[in-house]
Design a protein around this ligand. Structure first.
Ligand code: FAD
Length: 427
């Protein structure tokens, strides 16, 4: 009889620190004197997979694999149909448990359903653990929240209970041959066998070490200016969103360490990095239409439909927008930065998105174009924050009705002059 094995299927939490799914997998393995293995399965045809996002992901994964190896835990990298790979792994390992992360977006939920069914058919226990939020989405709220003001009191009342977690991985006593584990050298082989759409890789350093360094840098140098983060030159933003998206940084560690500074700006950061971020998780978890106009509240759908026939000052195709070929130098600047760097300042993301509503046929088309641009180019794209940010900008999700205007209806409008003033950007 082969020794029992616990498999941690990693996809959303590419870290070894404060990773509740990985930790629980190890705890079960320790209790059952089982082996522990990690699987990462890549889908090259996953929506919007490209060289920029895969490069960041794979280099971070290689670092995670090295740390796992020091803990006697092999991390295997597979490409394509996960069920085929699980079948193959089952021939070598007596898999008894599969533990993975809670996801809220449709593509990964679909794959998780396949793995859940396969596990059931093979009498393997399968379950998901929260890794992306401080407070697990269903514990923060049992329902779709209407606005930050309805969600904030709920999460603020309980979040500190989730911050003090002592969940360190230890060197695993059951050793496995580590030869086949994922290494940085495997990345080139993957690229050679799997052509990906070329988008220039980001200059941001990937991996959990870089993520923690960025957090430390922000606490030492950025937090002081967080209240002035709308001004471009203040550099008050944390630049942590990509690390959070790939799970290279634990949200618990980030919130705890910022809170422990007792800095007057800590509350502002917690509002964005926990309340708003976990409200986005709530929105996508409870609303399968998170990336469509149908996912907006009835008042917003109604006002946008009523203004659908309004004359637009300009009409641009997706191609013109993607190539930053509009009449507006501020908007073109934003779009070029997204394409070249994969990052845009928070305030400008709102301006960037709202202008697309103004310059396209209707809100549904605007949302489709924004999802395409955001998910293709942003390093932190394909994230609940992205869909929520787009739906907030175009369709008033979590916002309130404003004053009736052409095209926008009751959706909050933004103008170029105001955005230039607020960000103090010099074009
Ligand atoms: C149209 C539009 C598209 C967006 N697309 C994305 C996206 O694809 N991925 C993404 O992570 N964020 C997205 N955001 C939210 C926000 O703009 C970014 O999270 C932020 O700019 C990232 O930079 P930072 O980490 O330096 O932010 P900081 O201000 O330092 O914030 C720290 C963290 O708080 C969270 N956060 C900040 N602002 C928000 C917000 N408004 N809603 C939810 N969480 C927030 C993020 O996780 C961020 O990393 C989008 C917003 C809009 C309006």
């Amino acid at each position: 009889m082969k020794q029992a094995t616990v498999l941690y299927w990693a996809s959303r939490a590419l870290r070894t620190h404060e990773n509740p799914a990985f930790y629980q997998a190890q705890q079960i393995a320790l209790t059952q004197k089982a082996q522990l293995i990690v699987l990462f399965n890549a889908y090259p045809r996953f929506p919007h997979a490209n060289l920029r996002n895969m490069d960041f992901l794979l280099k971070g994964l290689a670092e995670m694999s090295d740390t796992c190896a020091q803990l006697n835990i092999p991390l295997y990298f597979r490409v394509g149909n996960i069920i085929d790979h699980l079948e193959t792994l089952k021939q070598t390992f007596n898999i008894q448990h599969i533990i993975t992360e809670v996801h809220v977006l449709r593509p990964l939920l679909a794959v998780q359903a396949l793995v859940s069914n396969w596990s059931y058919a093979n009498q393997i226990r399968f379950f998901k653990v929260n890794t992306a939020c401080v407070v697990p989405v269903q514990e923060a709220s049992p329902k779709l929240e209407f606005a930050a003001r309805t969600f904030r009191p709920k999460i603020m009342k309980i979040y500190k209970d989730y911050l003090e977690m002592d969940i360190h991985l230890i060197k695993h006593p059951q050793t496995i041959i580590l030869d086949d584990r994922f290494k940085v050298a495997d990345i080139a082989a993957f690229y050679a066998s799997t052509p990906l759409p070329y988008i220039e890789p980001s200059k941001l350093l990937p991996g959990e070490t870089a993520a923690i360094e960025q957090l430390n840098f922000f606490i030492a140098h950025g937090l002081d200016n967080y209240d002035r983060r709308n001004e471009i030159d203040a550099k008050g933003q944390s630049y942590l969103s990509a690390y959070l998206h790939y799970g290279m940084l634990a949200p618990t560690k980030m919130i705890r360490e910022v809170l422990n500074t007792n800095h007057p700006n800590a509350a502002l950061f917690i509002e964005e990095a926990m309340v708003r971020r976990e409200l986005a998780e709530n929105y996508c978890f409870y609303n399968p239409n998170y990336d469509k106009l149908e996912g907006a509240w009835p008042w917003a759908i109604e006002t946008l439909k009523r203004h659908e026939q309004d004359e637009r000052p300009y009409l641009y195709s997706r191609e013109s927008l993607e190539k930053a070929q509009t009449h507006d130098d501020l908007w073109n600047h934003c779009q070029r930065q997204i394409v070249e760097e994969g990052y845009l300042h928070s305030y400008l993301r709102m301006y960037w998105a709202k202008m697309v509503l103004l310059w396209t046929k209707n809100a549904s088309e605007a949302i489709d174009i924004l999802v395409h641009l955001n998910d293709t180019y942003m390093l932190d794209g394909r994230d609940p924050n992205g869909y929520t940010g787009i739906l907030w900008s175009v369709a008033g999700v979590h916002d309130r009705p404003w004053f009736d205007r052409p095209v926008f209806g009751l959706i909050r409008a933004m103008g170029k002059e105001g955005s230039l003033k607020k960000t103090k950007i010099k074009l």
